[in-house]
Design a protein around this ligand. Structure first.
Ligand SMILES: C[S@@+](CC[C@H](N)C(=O)[O-])C[C@H]1O[C@@H](n2cnc3c(N)ncnc32)[C@H](O)[C@@H]1O
Length: 258
């Protein structure tokens, strides 16, 4: 993977790209007049900083930050509508939410809307290119109505399997996973450029145990509708839509039963 700029970058853009390269141990490549196709053929993953933001190009397309998916859900919520993920997670203002699979950060943005300024969202992303694109996007997002939400998300580059054991017990109300599906939802076109860059190891029972130590109220997993949540020790919750379903470990209920 390399980082470059748009053609004819200003000095500031080039300095910013060089700084990202230095900070993350990447090779900086002066763009000169090279086509994206030739860069992708040579390097497979090409980060490009332009006035539009930071994108990552692969043969599968361009990954860039766009709050569109979250925007549709936020519009519904602002109109008094409901959101399936928020309902299942049972998030309230002031709660803390650990998003173990940040991806495009749509779920984190929606969660931030619900928990508000007094709540905390920590989002973990294992893939360096995905993290860099989203971190840049969250920092520079326009329009202004997203800025408060975006800047309220703490995005960290790391593997949840390494980070969960370092977090104090019961330190987040909800711990959430939305892993890459083995069988992709084909219509989810925004995920197509994410797929070649994403970490895609399936969840295991050990992961749920790690998460259950850190969660106060719930561990929630999003999966395909035909997924067998019992293999993770989870209970299917809230019905299903046509394509996805949620599995839950309800820690408050479990405690009440003791
Ligand atoms: C389906 S996407 C998540 C989409 C996200 N919920 C959203 O709203 O945009 C899954 C993401 O989890 C990341 N991921 C997978 N395994 C991970 C791990 N062990 N630690 C951190 N991130 C991981 C992938 O790289 C990918 O970006």
């Amino acid at each position: 993977m390399v980082i470059t700029t748009a053609r004819k970058p200003g000095a500031q853009l080039e300095a910013e790209a060089r700084e990202i390269a230095r900070e993350h141990g990447l090779a900086f490549l002066p763009r000169e007049n090279r086509s994206l196709d030739s860069l992708i053929a040579e390097y497979a993953k090409v980060l490009v900083l332009s006035n539009r933001g930071l994108s990552c190009f692969t043969a599968q397309g361009e990954l860039f930050f766009h709050p569109n998916m979250a925007a549709v859900r936020l519009r519904m919520l602002r109109k008094g509508g409901r959101d399936k993920m928020l309902d299942i997670c049972g998030l309230s203002p002031g709660d803390s939410f650990l998003d173990c699979t940040a991806g495009l950060c749509s779920d984190s943005l929606v969660a931030k809307y619900r928990v508000g300024e007094g709540g905390r969202i920590l989002a973990l992303e294992q893939s360096l290119p995905v993290y860099l694109v989203m971190a840049h996007g969250l920092k520079h997002v326009r329009p202004p109505r997203f800025q408060g939400l975006a800047r309220g998300i703490e995005l960290v580059n790391g593997d949840f399997r390494r980070i969960l054991p370092q977090l104090p017990p019961r330190s987040f109300d909800v711990v959430y996973f939305d892993p890459m599906f083995d069988v992709p939802v084909m219509e989810a076109s925004s995920l197509v450029p994410l797929r070649p860059l994403a970490a895609d190891q399936p969840l295991t029972r050990e992961d749920i145990i790690l998460a259950g130590r850190v969660a106060r109220k719930k561990v929630v997993v999003k999966e395909r509708v035909f997924y067998d949540f019992s293999q993770l020790g989870l209970t299917r919750a809230g019905g299903v839509n046509r394509k996805t379903a949620y599995g839950v470990l309800d820690l408050v209920e479990d405690k009440d039963e003791d």
